[in-house]
Write a protein that binds this ligand. Structure first.
Ligand code: ATP
Ligand code: MG
Length: 714
């Protein structure tokens, strides 16, 4: 039973994307659909106005969604994208103010259509997107550009909420001023009210103080609310940005351990908490200690010496312990990553662990990592706690000292009773934020270490960098040339490919053979632009693939990798994973050729059968079939197969081979294989040996040479 019925569906039409391509062409920044939308989180496979801005930035256009009346849209703003009702959009290319007519581009034919103001008014939603080309600096002038002009990913995102932070600062100022109310109230009661029995004054003062407290409460609530709002805004922006950098990074920048990398990314939480939580308001409160000290000096004169000394002591101890604290935090950060690396690797290989009986070894690794983490976690908390306890003692001693000094001053008639009490209250208020310094420093170091880790992620070299735009190649004919290509994997000394040169003409069918580790898969990875060669160049259609947008390049290649990667979801989901636009009958065609239909039909759920995480619920051969079906979608001009039938039985393999021979007719085909059966697919053979191309010729003569031993392969 199959759940896919062959039926004709309308292909997904994306008006905004069409408009973007039209505007891009007008502004001489032509681009393809694939390169404009690659990696964007499309909604229902379409651009939204917000995503339009992101996609336009990729193409080198600055854009902005604005609410604007049609009467305010003039020729100077053209070309602009008008958002129409019913989620339609059109490009406005001309406004004739005299006759009041608007010229729009047709989304299908690119032809121009004139509309009168009244007619357009009926269709117009009230919003438009203003677009203009961003100025591109050359590499020549790069060194002239001041560094600070480049918006910083982290601070730039925070700066977006500067108004909120300004208000938070203002609120903090008021909150701290309000803190003066209580001591001053008590002082006046002792000095003025009590001696004179002035009950009326007492009530006036009391009501005043209560009102101040009301405001204080309100401001505190607002302050934490706004910090949360600003935090949420930055959180969404930053998480999205970081994930985009992770996905956009070159494969050569791939981290060594997925688990450790995941832990590094998760630490973003620490940074987020730091900028949103109460921690930041505690930081903001710190400078107000000075304010309280000034007030104490004003009220109590020499009394201020006590809190001053205590404050210096507290801050001194905290600063002294900073170094060890930072080290402890960094160590726990690293052990946490190590712990996660062990965890993730173990979970991913649970079956192997059991087969090999290696549980003990992993248990040991785990316990070591956990122990190390616990040790350093404890150390950092101990350091922070000891600093806090010093602060506690200093505060207590300080209040005693204030009283002692105060009594001497009262005796000399330099201080009133009320002023002394106010000084005691103020000094504890002054030292309170300092007492938190130890805790704050701990949070700060944690956030800073996490931030530095994220900075490393953000700095990773990207596949698409804005400085060097790609040439537009949405359609490739399938010619591949290797020009003395040498390549070593990052961090490896030995080259995986050495001086490999060959040319494959469009429509040619080539087999690549060689012993294990001879560089066959590497050859295909270079064709896909997953890695760049250190020497030489890989050219597709005569263009160095460095200059072709990876999205365009890979869209033109149907690839079955050696290790098939599937995702949690149904078989159908997995076939259309990278190409959500395809129609059902196209999926069915690909699935039938690849042999997926045979095993899908044998299951009650058909194409909706779940493949499990990483495709674990399918057999090795079935996974390969799904991968072949994926590669066949979209009918690309170039096919790269890396042992597509290694997990299949002879009958399935023969079937696949016949089907492939049929569908790849006239297309460029590069098949890596260990099996002679598949070699009938190809007319030409490349033989790799330890990274070198040792033979290249017609299939029969190469096989003959191999048989006769004329070709020596180690
Ligand atoms: P097989 O027939 O076993 O698939 P292959 O010819 O496809 O072998 P490649 O996968 O191209 O071999 O590997 C060529 C060399 O590059 C090998 O020596 C291998 O150890 C090395 N290599 C492959 N992938 C990586 C990687 N990600 N990092 C480092 N070295 C790698
Ligand atoms: Mg291989």
């Amino acid at each position: 039973m199959t759940t896919i019925e062959p039926k004709v569906e309308q292909p997904v039409f994306d008006p905004l994307l069409t408009c973007l391509l039209q505007v891009a062409r007008i502004e001489h920044r032509p681009c393809s659909e694939a390169s404009a939308t690659a990696g964007l989180p499309l909604v229902d496979e379409r651009l939204t106005p917000e995503l339009f801005v992101r996609a336009a930035a990729r193409v080198g256009l600055k854009s902005r969604v604005v609410a604007r009346d049609l009467s305010q849209v003039g020729q100077l703003l053209c070309p602009a994208v008008l958002l129409l009702k019913d989620n339609e959009a059109r490009v406005l290319v001309e406004v004739d103010a005299a006759s009041g007519s608007f010229t729009l581009l047709d989304t299908e034919t690119d032809g121009q259509q004139r509309y009168s103001l009244e007619r357009l008014q009926e269709l117009y939603s009230g919003y438009c997107i203003l677009v203009r080309p961003a100025f591109r600096f050359d590499k020549r002038t790069e060194m002239v550009r001041p560094r600070h002009q480049q918006a910083h990913w982290f601070w730039g995102a925070l700066a977006g909420s500067w108004r909120i932070y300004r208000d938070v600062l203002l609120a903090s100022l008021l909150i701290n001023l309000f803190a003066l109310a209580n001591p001053l109230f008590v002082m006046n009661v002792y000095d003025r009210v009590v001696p004179n029995d002035a009950l009326e004054t007492l009530w006036v003062l009391a009501i005043g103080v209560l009102i101040v407290y009301g405001f204080d409460w309100l401001l505190k609530v607002l302050r934490s609310y706004f910090l949360e709002v600003a935090g949420r805004k930055s959180d969404v922006l930053l998480s999205g940005f970081i994930f985009e950098r992770v996905l956009g990074a070159r494969l050569s920048e791939k981290p060594e351990s997925v688990g450790a990398f995941a832990s590094q990314l998760r630490e973003f939480e620490t940074v987020r908490n730091f900028i949103t939580s109460s921690v930041i308001s505690a930081f903001v409160d710190l400078p107000f200690t000075l304010l309280f000290l000034v007030v104490i000096a004003w009220l109590g004169g020499a009394v201020v010496i006590a809190p001053l000394v205590a404050g210096v002591l507290i801050v001194g101890v905290a600063l002294y312990l900073q170094g060890p604290l930072r080290r402890a935090v960094e160590q726990s950060y690293q052990s946490s990553a190590q712990k996660n690396a062990t965890l993730v690797e173990t979970l991913a290989n649970l079956e192997t662990v059991k087969i090999l009986g290696a549980e003990g070894r992993l248990q040991r690794n785990w316990e070591r990592a956990v122990g190390h983490l616990a040790l350093w976690g404890q150390r950092s908390r101990m350091i922070s706690a000891s600093s806090s306890s010093v602060a506690g003692v200093a505060q207590q001693v300080c209040s005693v000292a204030v009283v002692v000094i105060g009594v001497y001053l009262i005796a000399e008639r330099e201080l009133t009773m009320g002023a002394l009490i106010a000084c005691v209250m103020l000094s504890s208020r002054a030292l309170a934020p300092l007492g938190q310094v130890a805790g704050l420093l701990l949070s700060y170091h944690q956030a800073h270490t996490a931030y530095m880790g994220l900075q490393g992620v953000v700095d990773k070299a990207q596949e698409r960098d804005e400085e060097s735009p790609f040439v537009q190649r949405p359609y490739l004919s399938g010619a591949i040339r290797f020009d003395s290509v040498s390549f070593a994997y990052p961090g490896e000394e030995a080259a995986a490919l050495k001086g490999v040169s060959f040319h494959i003409a469009p429509g040619e069918r080539v087999g690549v053979i060689g012993r294990i580790g001879s560089g066959k898969s590497t050859l295909q990875k270079l064709m896909l632009g997953l890695y760049a060669p250190q020497e030489g160049a890989v050219l597709v259609d005569g263009v160095d693939i460095k200059q072709i947008d990876p999205a365009d390049l890979r869209r033109n290649m149907g690839c079955v990798p050696q290790d098939v990667g599937l995702f949690y979801g149904s078989i159908k989901d997995n076939i259309v994973f990278g190409a959500p636009h395809v129609e059902d009958d196209e999926i069915l065609r690909a699935a039938t050729i690849a042999g997926v239909t045979d095993f899908a039909n044998a299951h009650p759920a058909g194409f909706d059968r779940s493949v499990g995480e990483r495709g674990q619920a399918l057999s090795g051969g079935q996974r390969q079939s799904v991968a072949v079906a994926r590669a066949l979608l979209n009918d690309p001009p170039l096919y790269l197969f890396d042992e597509p039938s290694s997990g299949m039985d002879n009958a399935s393999e023969m079937q696949l081979k016949e089907n492939l021979a049929r569908v790849t007719e006239g297309k460029t085909l590069v098949v890596v294989t260990h099996k002679t059966a598949l070699l009938t697919l190809v007319d030409r053979l490349l033989v790799l040996d330890r990274g070198k191309l040792v033979a290249d010729g017609p299939r029969e003569s190469v096989l003959e040479a191999l048989k006769k031993g004329q070709l020596r392969v180690a």
